[in-house]
Write a protein that binds this ligand. Structure first.
Ligand SMILES: [Zn+2]
Ligand SMILES: [Zn+2]
Length: 181
């Protein structure tokens, strides 16, 4: 493990959230999709189940995406702003069978606020450990999805949307074409 378990889970969840706003189709088209995302990434706590909640979660994505795109000083500005705006107050908590981990918002804070702060707290760890290079953009042409590289040897190059397979297939085809010519 590179980071603490809650940090890694938060990074994976933040990347997945950013990637629902990818360039092809809206990954959070409605509240059902938001419910699925909420469950898939182990979120708990208060929900509104309304359009305003969905809009605020979607609106968080471009802000988080910037963290993958900018240099350290600007990452720090974004992270500090997210923590400040939400009056983040780190507390160790244990709930729903999870071991002790950090929450910096109360469980009844709006979902988008909790998502923003949990991501921000995880980025705090990434910056403090000098591991920002683990936040990358997928190398597959025109993909644009963000990637969190939690591998020991920093070898993850493609996103979770199948780009690794696509790249392997194109490399295989290219080799075969080269062998036949
Ligand atoms: Zn928790
Ligand atoms: Zn990709």
């Amino acid at each position: 493990m590179i980071f603490a378990h809650d940090t890694e889970a938060a990074l994976v969840s933040a990347a997945a959230l950013v990637n629902t706003g990818g360039r092809d189709e809206e990954g959070l088209p409605n509240l059902i999709a938001l419910d699925q995302f909420f469950r898939a990434y182990g979120w708990t706590g208060r929900r509104e189940h309304d359009e305003a909640e969905l809009r605020s979660v979607r609106a968080l994505r471009p802000r988080l995406r910037r963290i993958w795109e900018v240099g350290e000083d600007e990452v720090v500005e974004i992270v500090n702003a997210l923590l400040r705006e939400s009056n983040a107050l780190p507390q160790l908590v244990s709930h729903d069978g999870w071991p002790y981990h950090l929450h910096a918002t109360p469980p009844d804070a709006p979902l988008a606020t909790r998502m923003a702060v949990e991501a921000a707290m995880a980025f705090v760890d990434v910056v403090r450990t000098g591991e920002l290079r683990r936040l990358r953009v997928c190398e597959y042409p025109n993909c644009g999805n963000v990637v969190v590289d939690l591998s020991k040897n920093r070898s993850k190059r493609f996103c979770e949307a199948g780009c690794g397979n696509r790249a392997a297939v194109s490399a295989y085809r290219a080799r075969r074409a080269a062998a036949q010519s």
